[in-house]
Design a protein around this ligand. Sequence first.
Ligand code: AMP
Ligand code: MG
Length: 395
Amino acid sequence: MKSVDAHLAEILATVRTLAPLELELERSLGTTLAEEVSAPVPLPPFDNSAMDGYAVRAADVEAVPVTLPVIDDVAAGSDELRAVGPGHAVRIMTGAPVPAGADAVVPVEWTDGGTVSVTIGQSAPAGNAIRRAGEDVQAGEVVLRPGTVIGPAQLGIVAGVGRRRVWVRPRPRVVVLSTGAELVEPGLPLRTGQIWDSNSFTLTAAVRESGGDGYRATTVGDDPARFLEQLDAQLVRADAIITSGGVSMGAYEPVKEALSPLGTVRFEKVAMQPGMPQGFGVVGDDQVPIFALPGNPVSSFVSFMLFVRPALRKMRGLPAGAPESVSAQVTGPLRSPAGRRSYLRGVLAADGTVTPARGQGSHQLAALASANALIVVPEDVTEVPAGASVQVIRL
Ligand code: AMP
Ligand code: MG
């Protein structure tokens, strides 16, 4: 059997980082920056008021109370400014440029709020409530480096330096394709022998949560020809494909039957539980990576976390490797088959303990949904006593 680590290494050696493209800002959320973004001008571009108040010369408000004539009114966006001479005040709003001559802003709260003349009750030192040009960013300064994931604040600074488009590595487009003659769309009634398709929902959501754009394709039955048709139709819009089901040892394994003859996808046993049967390779002229995951719901999800998620990180241009784990103390005993690495479902608590979920079967989706961690039991360990230290992967 192939080890989990060897399988991941092969996957990471095969998948390629997506080429950069220029995107509208609105479409760049969750992408990875592929260029250095710098500010063409200082930010703020000009000295401006940090508060609503009065622009004055600090020397004129040293002795208070003092009453000054209000010679002008400047709102944010004003560009015709009268200079503030000695003994004058200008009413000023937050974000408005500080007029020449003024060296302090007196907040309106320290005054009587007058519009013709203003009485000031508290002195303001030079520089008070003024935001200086370049205080945030100097002209030419780099604000974001390549490899940064664009979240809301990163989008903000790209817009804040005046950019409309940006070079990024896009979110990988991943098509999820469930196979199984027994599958029925949720919402439709079940007949005997049928179950509702859950994997395609789980996997599409997992793709989205991992920084990709997941597309759920129509479920196909167990006919290899029908599967290939659907795969062909989906390939045009995919940077990667995930299939679920149809890769084990039985009869009616459409994914295995359809892809094995191509010679570019390998079906192997990986030394893990759940999720032993795994297929991986490339398909189509563009050599699109395909992850053929086992059909049991817990198996397909665990396989996603171990193999697909790191691959998506590589495609996004981010550091990629095995999922991070933390140590925890297990509250009950665990069993694991010799020679296979187990990923048991558990609930990790704030006190550093992890409690194994009640149902550890690879079909027990409810137990998975109640868990927040995978407890890792190494290949050579078959029994773990309560109280032992274990490694867990947070979900
Ligand atoms: P397979 O890998 O196709 O042999 O499927 C293994 C088990 O997983 C069977 O019990 C299937 O019914 C179940 N299964 C397969 N695909 C799905 C799916 N999309 N949603 C829920 N269960 C599935
Ligand atoms: Mg099946």
